[in-house]
Design a protein around this ligand. Sequence first.
Ligand SMILES: [Zn+2]
Length: 75
Amino acid sequence: MTPCEELRTRGSDLIDGDCDEETARKLNAHLDECPDCNPWFSSLQSTVGLLRNLPKSRPPDSLLEHIRQATTRAK
Ligand SMILES: [Zn+2]
């Protein structure tokens, strides 16, 4: 596996802190030197951050209704 493939496979583990120290060090070192993986990882990080910030409860019914109407109209 190339370092790029490894990073893309384990990127979310790295964000979650699920990598062992050795792997995390290797992936971080690769991020520092790879112009392809660096922006990829940044966007992954912000995506994960957004997901984490979503409220756990379901959206209010008024919002669901709004979405339903909007999608119905689009058809
Ligand atoms: Zn790379």
